[in-house]
Design a protein around this ligand. Sequence first.
Ligand code: NI
Length: 175
Amino acid sequence: MPLRKIITYPDTVLRERAEPVTNIDGKVQQLIDDMADTMYHAPGIGLASNQVGEPCRVIIFDISPKNEPHDLVVLINPEIVEADGAVVSEEGCLSVLDYSAEIKRTACVTVKGLDREGNTITLRKEGLPAIVLQHEIDHLNGTLFIDHISKLKRELYKRRLKKILKKKESSVQRL
Ligand code: NI
Protein backbone atom coordinates (compact mmCIF):
# COMPACT_ATOMS: atom_id res chain seq x y z
CA MET A 1 0.00 0.00 0.00
CA PRO A 2 1.54 3.29 -0.94
CA LEU A 3 1.99 5.92 1.71
CA ARG A 4 0.43 9.23 0.78
CA LYS A 5 2.08 12.56 1.27
CA ILE A 6 0.51 14.47 4.15
CA ILE A 7 -0.27 18.00 3.06
CA THR A 8 0.76 20.65 5.56
CA TYR A 9 -0.37 24.12 6.48
CA PRO A 10 -0.43 26.69 4.87
CA ASP A 11 -1.30 24.64 1.73
CA THR A 12 -4.72 25.85 0.56
CA VAL A 13 -5.83 22.28 -0.23
CA LEU A 14 -6.48 21.96 3.51
CA ARG A 15 -8.97 24.82 3.25
CA GLU A 16 -11.22 23.15 0.70
CA ARG A 17 -14.50 21.63 1.84
CA ALA A 18 -14.47 17.91 1.03
CA GLU A 19 -17.37 16.52 -1.01
CA PRO A 20 -19.56 13.65 0.19
CA VAL A 21 -18.70 10.16 -1.04
CA THR A 22 -21.54 8.94 -3.28
CA ASN A 23 -20.12 5.54 -4.21
CA ILE A 24 -17.88 3.46 -1.95
CA ASP A 25 -15.91 1.91 -4.78
CA GLY A 26 -12.47 0.36 -5.06
CA LYS A 27 -10.89 3.77 -5.24
CA VAL A 28 -12.38 4.72 -1.87
CA GLN A 29 -11.27 1.37 -0.37
CA GLN A 30 -7.75 1.99 -1.64
CA LEU A 31 -7.82 5.51 -0.22
CA ILE A 32 -8.87 4.16 3.20
CA ASP A 33 -6.04 1.58 3.17
CA ASP A 34 -3.52 4.21 2.11
CA MET A 35 -4.78 6.64 4.75
CA ALA A 36 -4.43 3.98 7.46
CA ASP A 37 -0.86 3.15 6.40
CA THR A 38 -0.01 6.85 6.22
CA MET A 39 -1.50 7.56 9.65
CA TYR A 40 0.25 4.62 11.37
CA HIS A 41 3.51 5.48 9.65
CA ALA A 42 3.42 9.17 10.65
CA PRO A 43 2.51 8.20 13.43
CA GLY A 44 -0.81 9.84 14.20
CA ILE A 45 -4.13 8.91 15.78
CA GLY A 46 -6.43 10.47 13.19
CA LEU A 47 -6.44 11.50 9.54
CA ALA A 48 -8.90 13.14 7.17
CA SER A 49 -8.90 12.46 3.42
CA ASN A 50 -8.14 16.01 2.39
CA GLN A 51 -4.92 15.87 4.39
CA VAL A 52 -3.68 13.48 1.71
CA GLY A 53 -5.14 15.60 -1.08
CA GLU A 54 -8.40 13.69 -1.65
CA PRO A 55 -11.30 16.06 -1.07
CA CYS A 56 -13.91 13.42 -0.23
CA ARG A 57 -15.48 12.95 3.18
CA VAL A 58 -13.51 10.12 4.76
CA ILE A 59 -11.92 10.14 8.21
CA ILE A 60 -10.07 7.46 10.11
CA PHE A 61 -8.77 7.23 13.64
CA ASP A 62 -7.21 4.76 16.03
CA ILE A 63 -6.74 5.68 19.66
CA SER A 64 -5.70 2.23 20.86
CA PRO A 65 -2.64 2.37 23.16
CA LYS A 66 0.80 1.70 21.69
CA ASN A 67 1.80 -1.98 21.59
CA GLU A 68 -1.83 -3.04 21.47
CA PRO A 69 -3.61 -4.35 18.37
CA HIS A 70 -4.86 -1.73 15.95
CA ASP A 71 -8.44 -0.62 16.37
CA LEU A 72 -9.08 1.39 13.23
CA VAL A 73 -12.34 3.31 12.91
CA VAL A 74 -13.36 4.41 9.41
CA LEU A 75 -16.14 6.91 8.88
CA ILE A 76 -17.44 8.04 5.52
CA ASN A 77 -19.58 11.19 5.30
CA PRO A 78 -19.46 11.72 9.09
CA GLU A 79 -21.86 14.18 10.61
CA ILE A 80 -22.18 15.42 14.18
CA VAL A 81 -25.82 14.99 15.14
CA GLU A 82 -25.58 15.71 18.87
CA ALA A 83 -23.10 17.59 21.01
CA ASP A 84 -22.97 18.24 24.76
CA GLY A 85 -20.65 19.86 27.24
CA ALA A 86 -17.26 21.45 26.86
CA VAL A 87 -13.70 20.31 27.37
CA VAL A 88 -10.26 21.84 26.87
CA SER A 89 -7.32 19.72 25.79
CA GLU A 90 -3.98 19.91 24.04
CA GLU A 91 -4.16 19.22 20.30
CA GLY A 92 -1.69 18.87 17.51
CA CYS A 93 -2.11 17.90 13.86
CA LEU A 94 -0.09 15.99 11.27
CA SER A 95 -0.74 18.92 8.91
CA VAL A 96 0.43 21.63 11.31
CA LEU A 97 4.18 21.33 11.87
CA ASP A 98 5.74 21.73 15.29
CA TYR A 99 2.75 23.13 17.09
CA SER A 100 0.20 22.20 19.70
CA ALA A 101 -2.31 24.27 21.64
CA GLU A 102 -5.13 24.02 24.14
CA ILE A 103 -8.40 23.85 22.22
CA LYS A 104 -11.94 24.07 23.54
CA ARG A 105 -14.23 21.39 22.15
CA THR A 106 -17.55 19.74 22.82
CA ALA A 107 -17.06 17.04 25.46
CA CYS A 108 -19.47 14.47 24.07
CA VAL A 109 -20.56 13.97 20.47
CA THR A 110 -22.83 11.66 18.55
CA VAL A 111 -21.61 11.15 15.00
CA LYS A 112 -23.45 9.43 12.19
CA GLY A 113 -21.76 8.12 9.08
CA LEU A 114 -21.05 5.06 6.99
CA ASP A 115 -18.48 2.36 7.62
CA ARG A 116 -16.30 1.14 4.75
CA GLU A 117 -18.96 -1.40 3.74
CA GLY A 118 -21.55 1.37 3.46
CA ASN A 119 -23.47 0.46 6.63
CA THR A 120 -24.84 3.36 8.64
CA ILE A 121 -23.11 3.65 11.98
CA THR A 122 -23.66 5.92 14.96
CA LEU A 123 -20.86 6.61 17.43
CA ARG A 124 -21.45 8.28 20.77
CA LYS A 125 -18.09 9.30 22.19
CA GLU A 126 -16.57 11.37 24.95
CA GLY A 127 -12.98 12.04 25.91
CA LEU A 128 -10.22 11.61 23.36
CA PRO A 129 -12.28 9.94 20.60
CA ALA A 130 -14.83 12.80 20.80
CA ILE A 131 -12.02 15.31 20.34
CA VAL A 132 -10.49 13.35 17.46
CA LEU A 133 -13.88 13.12 15.73
CA GLN A 134 -14.37 16.88 15.94
CA HIS A 135 -10.80 17.56 14.80
CA GLU A 136 -11.12 15.27 11.76
CA ILE A 137 -14.60 16.47 10.78
CA ASP A 138 -13.23 20.01 11.00
CA HIS A 139 -10.60 18.98 8.42
CA LEU A 140 -13.35 17.89 6.01
CA ASN A 141 -14.82 21.37 6.33
CA GLY A 142 -11.49 23.06 5.65
CA THR A 143 -10.96 23.99 9.30
CA LEU A 144 -7.73 23.45 11.24
CA PHE A 145 -7.30 23.37 15.01
CA ILE A 146 -5.29 26.58 14.80
CA ASP A 147 -8.49 28.31 13.65
CA HIS A 148 -9.75 27.80 17.21
CA ILE A 149 -6.88 29.70 18.87
CA SER A 150 -6.59 33.47 19.24
CA LYS A 151 -5.51 35.54 16.26
CA LEU A 152 -2.42 36.67 18.14
CA LYS A 153 -1.31 33.11 18.89
CA ARG A 154 -1.96 32.16 15.27
CA GLU A 155 0.13 35.07 13.97
CA LEU A 156 2.98 34.10 16.29
CA TYR A 157 2.81 30.53 15.01
CA LYS A 158 2.75 31.70 11.37
CA ARG A 159 5.89 33.73 11.97
CA ARG A 160 7.63 30.81 13.66
CA LEU A 161 6.56 28.44 10.88
CA LYS A 162 8.08 30.70 8.23
CA LYS A 163 11.41 30.46 10.01
CA ILE A 164 11.09 26.67 10.37
CA LEU A 165 10.29 26.26 6.66
CA LYS A 166 13.15 28.55 5.65
CA LYS A 167 15.57 26.54 7.75
CA LYS A 168 14.30 23.28 6.24
CA GLU A 169 14.70 24.67 2.73
CA SER A 170 18.25 25.83 3.30
CA SER A 171 19.27 22.47 4.76
CA VAL A 172 18.21 20.61 1.60
CA GLN A 173 21.14 19.36 -0.44
CA ARG A 174 20.70 20.37 -4.05
CA LEU A 175 22.14 17.76 -6.39
NI1 NI B 1 -5.35 17.20 11.99
